[in-house]
Write a protein that binds this ligand. Structure first.
Ligand code: PMP
Length: 373
């Protein structure tokens, strides 16, 4: 259904909420083309060994599907705490971890519990396009500040915006989507201080792809009780199809989320799959180093073509600037390469794929740039 169909008939049928009329559902085109570099997925499927272990674990779980799952996610929270302990958060306890169906659901639950009618959430554009949607569906006022030309945050301006609007939630992706920009720890600490009793949510969906020397906000958790760090298994763990996102925060924050989660929100099958994947984390994460190297090579290559490229700590690269970015996007698609038309006017984003996929992208873009000359 397109936006005008969703807008409903003039008579007002179906009786959609006013603020949802005319809105397009979120989502990039899901097209069946040979080279898919548009939604920041991990291009490497799980190995036969991981598939076999996941399948065996699911078979065992299937024998008990007459029962509801563990709604406190006890085993999974302990396994995720162990994983995060090894990535910048030593000593993290299971009660400081919470999980849901993708980090999208984790962040929606955060707004359901800590924002809502009469409250404000703040973000800094260009940024992840789902944030205003969480605000809309939770009836939260959405205030958007702006990033600098190089997509960094000017801390004085960011602090002033937060002090002016007094949000209960600040959403800060690091690295930012779609620009790939990571936040320095001073930015996180400054905003944790500026927001008073509100929460600062650092969305580290792509945290594992950060460059050497870029710290994770996990390290700051012991210093700020109002800091929440969200992560996902969709990207570095190559598990987008399983839908598992999680967060690390003070136990009081995790506890509060139990008030808004739906009963048994995380299925027994999802919990089992995530636990099996965590047992194989070193193998699943083994490709992250390859993807980071491929990302750095992609940045260099795009710059060598004379394009402007944002520094990236993620598994995608934002580049431009094109007078007709839609034309470039379409010309790449015509050559079987699907990337994403997103970000500020004139820019395009490419997700990092396998060496073969990146070769196809470079070949197609070379042809398109030559045609445009
Ligand atoms: N945060 C950011 C910045 C993202 O780009 C995405 C995925 N596109 C998510 C969160 C959500 O990912 P998931 O729900 O798969 O965990």
């Amino acid at each position: 259904m397109n936006a005008s169909e969703l807008a409903g008939e003039p008579s007002g049928w179906p009786p959609l909420r006013e603020e949802l009329r005319g809105i397009e559902p979120y989502g990039a085109p899901q097209l069946d083309v040979p080279v898919q570099l548009n939604v920041n997925e991990n291009p490497y499927p799980p190995s036969a060994e991981v598939v076999a272990d996941v399948a065996a674990a699911v078979a065992e779980t299937a024998a008990h599907l007459n029962r509801y799952p563990d709604r406190e996610l006890t085993e999974l929270r302990a396994a995720l705490a162990d994983y995060l302990a090894a990535d910048g958060s030593p000593g993290l306890r299971p009660e400081q971890v919470w999980a849901a169906n993708g980090s999208n659901e984790v962040m929606l639950q955060l707004l359901q519990a800590f924002a809502g009618p009469g409250r404000t959430a703040v973000g800094f554009a260009p940024t992840y396009s789902m944030y205003p949607e969480y605000a809309r569906v939770t009836n939260t006022r959405w205030v958007v500040g702006h990033r600098e030309e190089d997509f960094s945050l000017d801390l004085d301006r960011a602090r002033a915006l937060v002090q002016q609007h007094r949000p209960t939630v600040v959403l800060l992706p690091s690295p930012n989507n779609p620009t790939g920009t990571a936040l320095p720890p001073e930015a996180v600490s400054t905003l944790c201080g500026a927001v008073g009793d509100g929460l600062v949510v650092v969305d580290e969906a792509y945290g594992e792809f950060r460059r050497d020397g870029t710290p994770s906000a996990l390290e700051l958790l012991p210093r700020h009780r109002n800091l929440v760090v969200t992560r996902t298994m969709s990207k570095a763990f190559a598990l987008a199809g399983a839908r598992l996102g999680y967060l690390a925060a003070a136990p009081e924050i995790c506890d509060a989320l139990r008030l808004v989660r739906l009963p048994y929100h995380l299925s027994a099958v999802t919990q089992t799959v995530a636990l099996a994947a965590l047992r194989h984390s070193s193998e699943l994460l083994g490709r992250v180093a390859d993807l980071r190297a491929e990302r750095d090579a992609c940045v260099d290559w795009l710059r060598a073509q004379g394009l402007t490229v944002a520094d990236s700590d993620a598994n995608y690269v934002l580049f431009g600037s094109f007078a007709d970015r839609h034309g470039v996007w379409q010309a790449l698609l015509d050559r079987g390469v699907l990337i994403r038309e997103t970000g500020p006017e004139g820019w395009l984003r490419v997700s990092i794929g396998t060496p073969a996929e990146m070769g196809a992208f470079r070949k197609a873009l070379t042809e398109v740039l030559e045609e445009a000359r």
